[in-house]
Design a protein around this ligand. Structure first.
Ligand code: HEM
Length: 422
């Protein structure tokens, strides 16, 4: 193992793929030394087997890392209360939120998700039979934003303002620390007032049926399970970000992959039952986290990838390299919606921090893709692909806009003047 001064995170690829350097560090097949932007030395953990070992073992501590270093981006660590915590705090917080995101709960939500997707596409097409539009601004981001606002109980009319704040909070290098701190303060103030309003409504006998109300009114007779006011506020803003920023950008990349594969579009239109498997491959194939993964402090001497790793070292497990590990995935760099091994992907993480919203995200992506395929007969990029503006200065990868040209399904059979919805 040679010493390598490479700075990490690596520059984003400006594509759905992870940075090219990930290929090299994966095929080096051993934890790879880098220097984090915080200045500390760390080891990148790249193989599927080692990444799941780190994410599945309490001896790799997130809180330990958080205590000794500043995070990879400028937000306060309190704003990512789940991602940076270990048991028992992490378990207590996760347990409070989990009931809202179970597979059963998501099944119950599905009809509402279908209706929301159709409503947004109605607004986007506005009765026309064809045109050009930005799908990120009109569909891929507003769809998960509407959903998470409804689940949490955040008024959707506040979402444009909140999106502007999240664009600052989730930037890696586009804003100064002062700007990030100010956005954090404004967001905290907003959620503090929102939660207080929910408590007042409940006291007045008119509690809303939403997650923030349930968290705010949570019985606190068991002190071990209690959430502080500060935790409720932080979990509220954290879940808003986790709920739309990830899914919205992932959805944009899924659509881009569809646009690159017209053959796949045809097949999915003919056989919509294949959409869920195709979405899983889109998740495996695309790289969502521009900063790689959560750093962990090693608390006991261990072995990773056949190399001894001493207590006190920092390791960063990379799910994006694990998703391209040839030991698990056949021809891993190929986009193959029929692959049999897709179920092992780690796009939603692994272990105790496994994405809490994974079932909801899957439902949104499946429903969103299905709605687009039904609605549009023609859907193609309206600009050259190399003109797309990638989110290089952001924590979450994706495109800022996705300009497309579309023709509504069935439009050819209908005189243009009548304007028909697909
Ligand atoms: C395509 C969409 C999504 C992807 C790819 C995704 C991916 C991830 C990943 C990889 C993690 C683990 C990160 C880590 O190890 O620190 C995570 C955690 C999390 N996700 Fe998602 N996510 C998505 C959508 C959502 C949605 C819709 C929600 C809804 C609120 C959500 C809520 C969370 C929460 C709360 C955590 C923290 C879990 C914990 O630390 O215990 N995510 N997500």
């Amino acid at each position: 193992m040679t010493d390598d001064p490479a700075r990490f995170p690596f520059p984003p690829a400006g594509d759905v793929r992870p940075p090219d350097a990930y290929h090299d560090v994966l095929h080096a097949r051993a934890p790879h030394p880098v220097q984090l932007s915080s200045g500390q030395p760390a080891l990148l953990v790249t193989r599927h087997e080692d990444v799941t070992a780190v994410l599945g073992d309490d001896r790799f501590s997130r809180a330990g890392y958080t205590e000794l270093a500043r995070p990879l981006f400028a937000r306060k660590t309190e704003s990512v209360l789940l991602a940076t915590a270990d048991a028992p705090d992490h378990t207590r917080r996760r347990r409070a939120i989990l009931p809202a995101f179970t597979a059963r709960q998501v099944r119950l939500l599905r009809p509402r998700l279908e209706a929301l997707a159709e409503e947004l596409l109605d607004d986007l097409t506005a009765g026309a039979t064809g045109g050009e539009t930005d799908l990120v601004g009109g569909f891929t981001v507003p769809f998960p934003m509407r959903v998470i606002c409804e689940v949490l109980g955040v008024p959707f009319e506040d979402s444009a303002m909140l999106r502007a704040e999240v664009d600052i909070l989730m930037s890696t290098s586009g804003h100064t620390r002062e700007e990030v701190a100010a956005a954090q303060a404004r967001t905290d103030e907003y959620f503090t007032a929102l939660v207080a309003g929910k408590r007042r409504a409940a006291e007045a006998g008119t509690p809303a049926d939403d997650l923030l109300t349930r968290l705010a009114l949570r019985p606190d007779d068991d002190p071990d399970q209690r959430l502080s006011d500060r935790e409720v506020v932080s979990l509220g803003s954290g879940m808003l970000m986790a709920g739309y920023e990830t899914t919205g950008n992932s959805f944009g990349m899924c659509v881009l992959l569809l646009l690159r594969h017209p053959d796949l579009v045809k097949r999915l239109r003919a056989e919509p039952a294949r959409i869920p498997a195709a979405v899983e491959e889109m998740l495996r194939f695309s790289s969502l986290n521009n900063t790689g993964g959560a750093p962990h402090l090693v608390t006991e001497d261990t072995v990773l990838g056949g190399c001894p790793v001493a207590a006190g070292r920092i390791v960063v497990p990379l799910t994006d390299t694990a998703n391209r590990d040839p030991a698990v995935f056949t021809d891993p760099d190929a986009f193959d919606p029929d692959r049999a091994d897709v179920g092992s992907h780690l796009a939603f993480g692994y272990g105790r921090h496994l994405c809490l919203g994974a079932e909801l995200a899957r439902a949104e992506l499946q429903i969103g893709v299905g709605a687009l395929l039904r609605r549009f007969e023609v859907l193609e990029l309206a600009v050259a692909e190399d003109e797309l503006d990638w989110r290089r200065t952001m924590f979450i990868n994706g495109v800022w806009q996705l300009p497309v040209r579309w023709t509504a399904a069935g439009a050819a059979a209908v005189p243009a003047a009548e304007g028909r919805r697909g």
